[in-house]
Design a protein around this ligand. Structure first.
Ligand code: HAM
Length: 416
C-alpha cells in the first residue's frame, strides 16, 4: 500500500525547507531586537474558542475549519490561526502579570480546509506577532515596521502596504446599518456570497471581488478617537518613509478587529497576494474572559514568502558540508572514522559521513554530491600508520596528516 499526502497538506524538502528555516530565523532575530517573547500554543483547541473570536459567520469558521469530536465528545478544532490561541493563553496564564513586556510571537502550522491553489494550502506556516496592553497608535506603527523588516530581510521587497480603519463599537454599528440599507436596495443583483454576507456580515461585501466595487463610495465615518488614530498612523508611516495606500475595501475576514487593519501584498504573487495581514483587536481579550486589554498583531504567511523569495538560492550548494569522513575496512577503522566525525561536529563544524558499509568510491561520490569542501579518508594502510588522508575537494590536492591531529587541522582551516 503506497500512501499519498492529504490534499493541501505539505511535504517540504530540500532547499525549500531551508528557506522556511531561514525566514523563521530572520523573524526570530527581528523579534529579539524589538523585545518580543516567544511562546508556544496548542495545535488543538475547543472549536468554540474560534467561533467566539474569529466569528461564527466568517468563512474561516463557517467553511474552512477542521472540526471533530474527540473520544470525550468534545468539539475540537485544528487551529486555523494563532491569535485566538495566544489570547486564550494570555488570559489563562495571566501573562499580563508575568511579563513586563507583553509582546509575544509564535511560529507554527495552521490548518484551513480551503480549496488548494498556488499560495493557498490547507496546512501553512504563520509567523504570528501579538502586542498587548498598548492602545497607542505607536504600537500599530511598531508592528507594521516589524513585519516589513522581516519581509525585507527575507528578500521580499516588492511589497505594498494597504491600511484602513474599520472603526470601533462607537462608530461602526451606524456604518454597518447604513451599508445594509444600501445593499438591500440592490440585493437581487448581487452574487450569492454577498446575499449571505448582507444578512450575516455586511462589511464583507466591501471586499468582495465581484460586488465590492459597487459600494466603494460608501465611506465609514470614524468617531473622533478612531479618526485621530488613523490620521496619526498615516502621518507617522509617512514620516518613517514607509509607503502605504489607504484601501477603503480592506475589512479583513476575521471578526475581532477594531480600528487599524492592514495587509502587506506582493506583486510577485498571483491572486493570493497577501504575505502578511493583521490589525488591532481592542475587545477580544475581554471577550475571552480577560481584563479589558487593547491589542494589535499580524501574521506573515511563510509559505507565500518562500514562494516569492526564489532569489534566495538556499540549497546544499550554498551551505556546503565542511568535511566528509570516508572510511573503509574493519570495525576498528570505521569506528575511528565515526570518532572523528563526532569530534568535528562537537567542534561546531558541518560534517557528514559514516556511510562506511559502502565502497570507498561510492562514499567519495556521496561527498561530491554534498558539495563537501574537504574529505578525510581512512583506509587500512593509513589506519595502520596512524595517518589519515586530507583531500581538498575543490583543488583535488591531498596529503597525509597524523590521525591524532586531524580534527585540529580541519579546525585550523575553518578557524573554529
Ligand atoms: P489571515 O489574513 O487569515 O490573518 O492570515 C494571515 C496570513 O497568513 C495571510 O496574509 C497569508 O499570508 C497567510 N495565509 C492565510 N491563509 C493561508 C493559506 N490557506 N495558505 C497559505 N497562507 C495562508 C490571520 O490569520 C490573523 N490571525 C492575523 C493577525 C494576528 N491579526 C492580528 N494578529
Amino acid at each position: 500500500m503506497k500512501y499519498q499526502t492529504l490534499k493541501g497538506m505539505r511535504n517540504i524538502v530540500g532547499s525549500k525547507a531551508e528557506k522556511f528555516d531561514f525566514i523563521e530565523s530572520v523573524a526570530k532575530s527581528v523579534f529579539k531586537k524589538y523585545n518580543y517573547n516567544l511562546l508556544k500554543i496548542p495545535v488543538l483547541e475547543y472549536a468554540s474558542l474560534f467561533l467566539r473570536s474569529i466569528g461564527e459567520t466568517t468563512d474561516i469558521v463557517d467553511k474552512e475549519m477542521y472540526v471533530f469530536e474527540d473520544k470525550g465528545k468534545r468539539h475540537i478544532a485544528l487551529r486555523p490561526e494563532a491569535t485566538a490561541g495566544i489570547v486564550k493563553t494570555f488570559v489563562e496564564e495571566n501573562l499580563a502579570q508575568k511579563f513586563s513586556s507583553q509582546k509575544f510571537y509564535y511560529i507554527g502550522q495552521m490548518f484551513r480546509q480551503e480549496r488548494p491553489q498556488s499560495g493557498r494550502y490547507r496546512e501553512f506556516t504563520q509567523i504570528d506577532c501579538e502586542y498587548f496592553g498598548n492602545p497607542s497608535v505607536y504600537a500599530d506603527i511598531e508592528i507594521i515596521m516589524l513585519a516589513k523588516e522581516i519581509l525585507d530581510f527575507s528578500g521580499v521587497n516588492d511589497t505594498k502596504i494597504l491600511i484602513n480603519s474599520i472603526g470601533c463599537a462607537e462608530c461602526r454599528p451606524a456604518f454597518v446599518n447604513k451599508l445594509r440599507g444600501l445593499i438591500a436596495g440592490s440585493l437581487s443583483g448581487l452574487c450569492e456570497d454577498c446575499r449571505v454576507r448582507y444578512q450575516r456580515n455586511p462589511l464583507r461585501v466591501l471586499d468582495c471581488k465581484i460586488d465590492g466595487e459597487k459600494f466603494s463610495d460608501v465611506k465609514l465615518e470614524l468617531c473622533d478617537s478612531c479618526r485621530k488614530d488613523f490620521e496619526q498612523l498615516q502621518l507617522r508611516l509617512s514620516e518613517y518613509k514607509i509607503d502605504f495606500t489607504v484601501s477603503g475595501s480592506l475589512v479583513r475576514g476575521l471578526d475581532y478587529y477594531t480600528k487599524t487593519v492592514f495587509e502587506i501584498v506582493s506583486s510577485a504573487l498571483g491572486s493570493q497576494n497577501a504575505v502578511c495581514a493583521g490589525g488591532r483587536y481592542d475587545t477580544l481579550v475581554k471577550e475571552l474572559g480577560g481584563f479589558s486589554t487593547p491589542a494589535v498583531g499580524f501574521a506573515i504567511g511563510v509559505d507565500r514568502v518562500v514562494e516569492i523569495a526564489e532569489s534566495l538560492s538556499f540549497s546544499s550548494a550554498t551551505s556546503p558540508v565542511a568535511c566528509f569522513v570516508v572510511a573503509s575496512g574493519d570495525e576498528k577503522i570505521t569506528g575511528s572514522g565515526f570518532d572523528i566525525l563526532s569530534k568535528l561536529r562537537a567542534a561546531g563544524l558541518t560534517a557528514d559521513g559514516g556511510y562506511f558499509n559502502k565502497s570507498l568510491k561510492s562514499q567519495m561520490r556521496h561527498a561530491g554530491s554534498l558539495n563537501a569542501i574537504y574529505t578525510l579518508i581512512i583506509g587500512a594502510d593509513e589506519f595502520a600508520a596512524g595517518k589519515i588522508i586530507l583531500r581538498n575537494m575543490r583543488t583535488k590536492e591531498q596529503r597525509e596528516i597524523l590521525f591524532s591531529e586531524a580534527v585540529q587541522e580541519i579546525q585550523k582551516i575553518f578557524k573554529k
